[in-house]
Write a protein that binds this ligand. Structure first.
Ligand code: BTN
Length: 241
């Protein structure tokens, strides 16, 4: 399975995974893990606060092509892993958040390198809040951890191993059989399903409508007021109800 490389501290596990991918052109299926990060990267150039107690790791893969579905696959794996330790109603908020009661417990940052149209490598970076006891006030959303939800502390290695097994199953099933398993799970866990949303797809470009599903590539299908459907492959959800 995956080869794991542990660090006490790093700027960012995604950055370290990129360095390794650039230096060794054949490496894949490597996981970089760090106890803490002093420059953890979030989406949209935000920083991901990474104090000790959380689980921070990045998986280096070299699939044939890039699909937004891979980030969602990482999110489904987070949910199925967390459920093994606390059977709560975790949800995915497309494209890359895992929430419990609208509080964020995990975020995923997927980064890719292309050579022309060819994908050279993909890095799936995942931060999961496990043993943190408190969070600084976030401006736009609340945060939670497995400890805050259950009052218990967890072994991070145990959680990582569970995660890698779940992710590997979904990934290899998808690559080898192209099955619908993932899409069915996504629909079940998606907090946006059937909700009215406002999505920002580019700076100051918004789409307003109702979410009717996720397509086979991982795009979000939105039915606009005009009745026309639009599929978006990236963007951020500003509100949903
Ligand atoms: C988000 O903004 O929701 C995505 C956060 C992703 C954080 C993880 S922590 C491990 C990996 N290394 C990074 O620098 N970022 C990701």
């Amino acid at each position: 399975m995956y080869q794991k490389i542990y660090f006490e501290e790093l700027d960012s596990t995604n950055k370290e995974a990129k360095n390794i991918a650039e230096q060794n052109l054949n490496t894949k299926e490597i996981v970089i893990i760090s106890k803490k990060q002093f420059e953890g990267q979030g989406t949209r150039n935000r920083l991901w606060k990474s104090h000790e107690g959380g689980l921070y790791f990045s998986i280096l893969l070299r699939p044939k092509k890039m699909l937004p579905l891979f980030s969602l696959m990482a999110g489904v794996s987070v949910i199925e892993t967390l459920k093994e330790f606390a059977d709560l109603d975790f949800k995915i908020k497309w494209p890359n958040d895992v929430l419990l009661n609208k509080n964020k417990i995990s975020g995923i940052l997927t980064e890719c390198k292309f050579n022309g149209n060819n994908l050279v490598y993909m890095i799936i970076g995942c931060g999961i809040n496990i043993n943190q006891t408190e969070f600084e006030r976030f401006t736009h959303y609340g945060a939670t951890s497995l400890y805050i939800l259950t009052g218990k502390k967890f072994d991070l290695n145990n959680i990582l191993d569970t995660y890698l097994k779940k992710f590997n199953n979904l990934y290899s099933n998808y690559i080898n059989t192209n099955s619908d398993e993932l899409l069915e799970k996504l629909e079940k866990y998606s907090i946006l399903q059937g909700k009215n949303i406002i999505a920002e797809i580019n700076q100051n470009i918004f789409i307003i409508g109702k979410v009717v599903g996720i397509n086979s590539q991982g795009g979000l299908i939105i039915k606009k007021e005009s009745g026309k459907e639009e599929i978006i492959f990236s963007g951020s959800i500003l509100s949903f109800e």
